[in-house]
Ligand binder design. Sequence first.
Ligand SMILES: Nc1ncnc2c1ncn2[C@@H]1O[C@H](COP(=O)(O)OP(=O)(O)OP(=O)(O)O)[C@@H](O)[C@H]1O
Ligand SMILES: CC(C)(CO)[C@@H](O)C(=O)NCCC(=O)O
Length: 249
Amino acid sequence: MVNPKKVPLNIQKEGSIFPYLLVNIGSGVSILRVDSPTAFERVSGTCVGGGTYWGLCRLAVSHDITFEEAFELATKGDPNKVNMTVSDIYGGDYKIFNLPGDVVASSFGKLMGVEHPREQVEPADIARSLLDMIAMNVAQLAYLNAMRCNITRILFAGNFLRQNDISMAMISYSIDYWSGGQIRACFLKHEGYFGSVGAFLFLKKKWKKKMLSSNFLFIFYSFSFFFFFLLPFCIPTAFFGRLAKTAQL
Ligand SMILES: Nc1ncnc2c1ncn2[C@@H]1O[C@H](COP(=O)(O)OP(=O)(O)OP(=O)(O)O)[C@@H](O)[C@H]1O
Ligand SMILES: CC(C)(CO)[C@@H](O)C(=O)NCCC(=O)O
């Protein structure tokens, strides 16, 4: 896989960012079609996400490994020690189906064979293959949903991608591969915060509405109190007070 170059997305040049597909890779993965700041729809999702990566690393590598440790380990691994590639099956490219030899035919597929015993595999190879498996799977689902929604821009977010250049590169490569260069993968700089920012903005809007309605009620009750209690009491008091003053004169 070639290491793709990071290019900033010039939204002004693009005209508009909308519509786009938002793929949030958290513990699970949600896929949303976004048409405007207020028009969006969850079109798909998958339970194979960041939580799957971390959980499987704890199962297959070390039961108390942190996400950072698992990721660091993955950077040192060789996925081809466990993945079965097209070339492992056909001895090279599978030309009639346009499949290059380095395409992964089966994640962890090499471990099926007795000639590749588990003992020869390092924990780093497992961590790396898992990381790639999740990224490739999410990328393919993102691509299929983009096709389904007739969208050419896919934005990826979620903490799985936090400081995770390996998966970003794999996703970019996969999207480019599947779409024949027609669809671009875009990544958000502060990818992990968008869920919290969205929740904050949503609640802020809700609170504003609530505050407005409670202000309205406050004004309504104040007026009612004035007209129905204070006014009937004030008018006679003022009238009789004035009468008493006139009588004294
Ligand atoms: N420091 C970290 N601690 C925990 N998880 C991390 C960390 N860094 C990256 N991750 C990854 O991010 C994932 C969680 O992502 P995020 O916080 O965006 O989603 P979530 O809210 O847990 O899940 P969902 O979107 O499914 O509700 C973890 O499963 C893990 O793969
Ligand atoms: C359940 C949520 C939305 C929680 O944020 C997320 O983890 C997710 O999208 N999971 C995948 C669920 C699915 O299979 O569509």
